[in-house]
Ligand binder design. Structure first.
Ligand code: CDP
Ligand code: CDP
Length: 228
């Protein structure tokens, strides 16, 4: 396929965005970009330096010294922060619990969004996040808003918890996910909201393959209409 499009996938935590986006990218030979990893990497750095999200001046000043690189690979994207591979570290509970507070800061979002747009300039990108279809890539040819009940999303996340993390119950995890959704949906700058022209996919009772197939079908439709 010579002609390429961009695919934007948004939705709350645990909806299946990254798993499905990775699969769709593989099938189309596109590049997968996990924008959440960038917010996580920034958060990890700020926590290490003891910079609180309330201190916006300090956060933005520190942003100037941070260099994030997303490296696509066979086993998914790897995340490098100023020369260190932080792919595993950024999935910690400490980052889960604070990332949405840093993600509310307008200047921080502006910087990361600009970098994300750069990555999609040449098309052929499957990008997932919270504001991709609305703010980062409003011209994406395919836009998906992926959802699932909070109970199902918590169950999915519970299953994949690393053993090294502190113990957390399913109920606690569900309430933490609900809290993060709440912050993401209600922030002032590019909140988590379904774009007017996005297709809503409720994945509660869908397998990963079914969801990926539905998206590839939409992409194929667009490609056959615009590509010739
Ligand atoms: O993987 P999970 O759904 O748990 O979250 P993520 O995609 O890694 O994103 C982590 C957090 O980063 C979200 O809860 C948002 O607060 C923030 N985020 C955002 O604000 N905008 C994006 N485009 C992506 C992530
Ligand atoms: O990226 P996001 O937070 O939206 O979700 P994810 O990390 O891709 O998916 C969370 C977990 O749910 C993963 O372990 C997936 O394998 C699983 N999943 C599932 O069981 N059924 C789906 N339809 C999609 C994802």
């Amino acid at each position: 396929r010579e002609f390429k499009i961009n695919i934007a996938i948004d939705g709350p935590a645990g909806a299946g965005k990254s798993t499905v986006a990775r699969k769709v990218a593989k099938e189309l030979s596109y590049v997968y970009v996990d924008t959440g990893a960038m917010y996580r990497a920034v958060t990890w750095d700020m926590l290490n330096r003891g910079i609180d999200a309330e201190d916006e001046t300090a956060v933005l000043e520190r942003m100037g010294a941070i260099d994030i690189e997303l490296v696509p690979g066979d086993e998914g994207q790897r995340v490098w922060l100023s020369g260190t591979d932080v792919t595993d570290e950024i999935r910690s509970l400490a980052v889960n619990r604070t990332v949405s507070r840093y993600a509310q800061i307008e200047g921080l979002r502006a910087e990361l969004s600009a970098a994300q747009r750069q990555m999609a300039l040449r098309k052929g990108v499957v990008m997932d996040g919270r504001d991709i279809g609305t703010t980062v890539l409003p011209d994406a040819e395919v836009k998906i808003f992926m959802t699932a009940t909070v109970e199902e999303r918590a169950r999915r996340r519970f299953r994949e918890l690393p053993e090294s993390d502190e113990a957390i119950t399913l109920e606690q995890l569900e309430s933490e996910i609900a809290q993060r959704d709440e912050l993401d949906r209600n922030r002032e700058v590019s909140p988590l909201v379904c774009a007017a022209d996005a297709t809503v996919l409720d994945t509660t009772n869908m397998t990963i393959d079914e969801v990926a197939e539905a998206i590839v079908r939409q992409a194929d439709l667009k490609l056959s209409r615009t590509g010739q």
